[in-house]
Design a protein around this ligand. Structure first.
Ligand SMILES: NC(=O)C1=CN([C@@H]2O[C@H](COP(=O)(O)OP(=O)(O)OC[C@H]3O[C@@H](n4cnc5c(N)ncnc54)[C@H](OP(=O)(O)O)[C@@H]3O)[C@@H](O)[C@H]2O)C=CC1
Ligand SMILES: CC(=O)N[C@@H](CCC(=O)OP(=O)(O)O)C(=O)O
Length: 346
């Protein structure tokens, strides 16, 4: 058994970590960290935890936490972990950070897109980008995991094999993405009120969304050069879910069967990536509450483009589920431990 602390346990990603870890055989949650609910019972913040969690929310005393747990999840705003991380902390405990603090290797790019100064640049090089399907070996021995963003997880897993195999021109990629509102967190913001979101759909962060450089970096590794893509997210009136539809020019002529072989070769051993049957389009409703990413593609022969699609739950594979998957790999547990939830429908 290992002991776990969650800083930011009262946010949407944090509560999803609690939900998943309560069903994990190898884990005890020792620390329910919070900023606004200190000394309140956790179930008073999240009623679904009534009679399941008796613990109270605690302040983020990282020194005490470090001495009492084996791994800390930080499900906190951008810049929080970077502001307090030290070698002393990392020498005692493993950290899985759900924010973007250590995802982008080039600090200038990070500071430009996030508009904040990075407070602990020296750890950026060491952090491992926690996308198990691509970086599993590096994750095994990591002390610090940069858990990928929600849109980047869905986008990278949907597109990566075709960039890596040189089937598409990576610079021609256009990603149209949609997210449910839990992606924006639990904090009160006018833009996320019911009347502002319900029965409407809008693009946001057009040309400026901070996930653009993260996706470019990961797909850039696949093709071995710096790339520029277009990434446009949309906010849709649903609680959970991300759908991406990506377009790119084909530079290798291949049949749909050939493409299928490529996807299968990358993902047939990957429990959490489901390559759907021919021409079945991924849907958020078929992955909700689970750690699956459903992917598929179609060739548009008229334009010589390929359309790649992916769907997943932003709070599970897009955040907490992926974080637990990373923890399982780091501690040598079965990778799917605590993550076998069947998608919930309706
Ligand atoms: N929501 C999503 O789909 C995804 C989120 N993430 C990332 O996870 C992180 C958390 O996101 P999310 O759960 O949505 O956000 P929320 O706003 O729902 O939660 C934020 C959490 O951080 C705590 N917190 C806020 N400010 C501070 C602070 N200054 N010091 C310590 N704790 C603080 C809050 O405490 P309290 O509640 O007590 O105020 C809360 O527990 C972010 O970095 C986000 O980018 C990653 C992938 C997907
Ligand atoms: C709908 C919505 O607002 N989504 C958030 C992305 C989700 C998130 O929290 O960002 P990370 O995945 O980088 O941690 C956004 O666009 O900023």
């Amino acid at each position: 058994m290992i002991n776990v602390g969650i800083i930011g346990s009262t946010g949407y990603a944090g509560q999803e970590l609690v939900r998943l870890l309560l069903g994990h055989k190898e884990v005890t949650i020792q620390w329910y960290g919070s900023q606004s609910y200190i000394d309140k019972k956790y179930y008073e913040v999240y009623g679904n935890m009534f009679q399941l969690v008796e613990d109270i929310c605690q302040s983020d005393n990282i020194a005490e936490l470090t001495n009492n747990v084996d791994v800390i999840f930080t499900a906190t705003p951008q810049g929080y972990l970077a502001g307090l991380l030290t070698e002393d902390i990392l020498s005692k405990v493993k950290i899985i950070d759900l924010s973007a603090d250590y995802r982008i290797k080039d600090v200038k790019t990070y500071e430009e897109w996030y508009q904040i100064e990075h407070k602990s640049k020296s750890f950026i090089g060491e952090a491992v980008y926690g996308l198990p399907e691509i970086n599993r070996e590096k994750i095994k021995n990591a002390r610090l995991i940069a858990n990928p963003g929600c849109y980047p997880t869905c986008s990278t897993l949907s597109i990566y094999p075709l960039v890596k195999e040189g089937v598409i021109d990576a610079n021609s990629i256009i990603i149209d993405a949609k997210s449910g509102t839990s992606g924006a967190g639990r904090g009160a913001k006018i833009n996320n009120l019911y009347c502002e979101v319900n029965e409407s759909i809008k693009a946001y962060g057009v040309t400026t969304h901070r996930h653009t450089p993260e996706i470019e970096e990961q797909l850039g590794y696949a093709c071995g050069s710096n790339i520029s893509i277009i990434f446009t997210p949309h906010l849709v009136p649903m609680n959970r879910g991300i759908l991406i539809t990506a377009y790119a020019n084909m530079i290798k002529q291949m049949s749909e069967d050939d493409i299928k072989e490529i996807y299968d070769s990358y993902y047939k051993e990957e429990y959490f990536v489901r390559v759907l049957n021919s021409h079945v389009c991924p849907e958020t409703r078929w992955v909700k509450g689970s750690n699956y990413v459903d992917v598929n593609y179609t060739i548009d022969k008229r334009t010589n483009r390929i359309i790649m699609m992916g769907a997943m739950d932003n709070l599970v594979k897009g955040a907490a589920g992926q974080a637990v998957q990373n923890m399982n790999i780091m501690f040598g547990f079965k990778e799917s431990e605590g993550l076998l939830q069947v998608p919930m429908f309706p």
